[in-house]
Design a binder for this molecule. Sequence first.
Ligand SMILES: [Zn+2]
Length: 110
Amino acid sequence: MDNCVFCKIAAGEVPSRKTHHEDNAVVSFLDINQDLPGHTLVIHTEHYRWFWEMPDEAVEKLFRAAKSVAAELKKEYGADYVRLGIVGTDVPHVHVHLIPRKFTDKAHAV
Ligand SMILES: [Zn+2]
């Protein structure tokens, strides 16, 4: 989709620290606004506005990759757990937020 920054990242047109997964259908990269260190976004390379509009196969690839990236982040950042969230009101391209967290973080329940 034209003018979608995440489509541009997926296409390599915008630099990012990213990792490709499986058949290159999914890309992960550090969020430019690090709420906490390691805040990562996981996206499918095809443009969808909302996750419930995605084909099941694309959802499966996205979440399998998110699971894998979450395990990597937990290890890399020494986290107790990794928060997963999908909001979709900022950039209109489905993206999974993964945030490594510790039980001792302030407001760790969110
Ligand atoms: Zn897009």
